[in-house]
Design a protein around this ligand. Structure first.
Ligand code: HEM
Ligand code: HEM
Length: 178
């Protein structure tokens, strides 16, 4: 694997391969969470609602638990990678407010994607009801953040015409390594 060059400020010129891999892995995990969220709720409340859960529902419910833990581990690994290797410089051509909005969105995405698995675990294994409510509310917050984030990525690409979107793409990483 090639070295990542650093700028005058000591920042790397691109995201690490690990960071890019985990970014897109977490996107896939969140799609799984959206798909299986209903089943884990049914399993959790089956007894009190006097219903049984069939095998496929149970498999989907435990898939939710497993992929939720994967999200937590991925986000912690990304944080470690970001602080040990740094991140590429923020684009220079965007206004200050957009820069701070992007920073706040990223910070909140990290926070939500760490707190959601923790509240999920507390609700599922500890039966803690407020954790369950927070978990459900955070799902709505996460959807809003994701929309804002994707709009931001496209505004950078199509309006400011910088490389912010491209440098998060796996093929861009491979090209940089050759
Ligand atoms: C970042 C990771 C996670 C995401 C994005 C996520 C997402 C979701 C979604 C979309 C729902 C359905 C909410 C609704 O119907 O309004 C849900 C429900 C649930 N999740 Fe997660 N989840 C995550 C991690 C976990 C983990 C690790 C657990 C641990 C066991 C868990 C346990 C639950 C439970 C118990 C429910 C049912 C709540 C209810 O219906 O009362 N989640 N989750
Ligand atoms: C589930 C959906 C997504 C989540 C949770 C997510 C999360 C994140 C987070 C937390 C960061 C900040 C990385 C850091 O500062 O350490 C980031 C960066 C980035 N994401 Fe996403 N992302 C998602 C989907 C997408 C999509 C669909 C795109 C493309 C359209 C995208 C493009 C980017 C880009 C270009 C960056 C780098 C921004 C920069 O260089 O400042 N993301 N993402």
């Amino acid at each position: 694997m090639s070295e990542i060059s650093t700028s005058r400020t000591g920042q790397p010129s691109r995201w690490s391969t690990l960071h890019v891999f985990l970014h897109w892995a977490v996107v896939a995990f969140i799609i799984v969470q959206w798909w299986t969220g209903h089943d884990v709720g049914r399993l959790l409340h089956a007894e009190e609602r006097g219903r049984t859960v069939d095998t496929s529902e149970a498999v989907l419910a435990y898939t939710h638990v497993a992929f939720g833990v994967l999200v937590l581990l991925s986000m912690l690994t990304r944080l470690y990678d970001r602080y040990s290797h740094g991140r590429p410089p923020h684009p220079q051509d965007v206004p200050n407010w957009a820069h701070w909005l992007a920073k706040a969105t990223h910070l909140l995405l990290y926070a939500v994607l760490i707190v959601m698995p923790l509240t999920g675990l507390a609700a599922f294994f500890g039966g803690i009801e407020p954790a369950e409510e927070v978990h459900e509310t955070l799902w709505t917050v996460l959807l809003v953040l994701i929309v804002l984030h994707i709009v931001g990525a496209f505004v950078n690409h199509f309006h400011y015409k910088n490389d912010v979107l491209l440098r998060m793409m796996p093929w861009h990483q491979r090209r940089a390594e050759t």
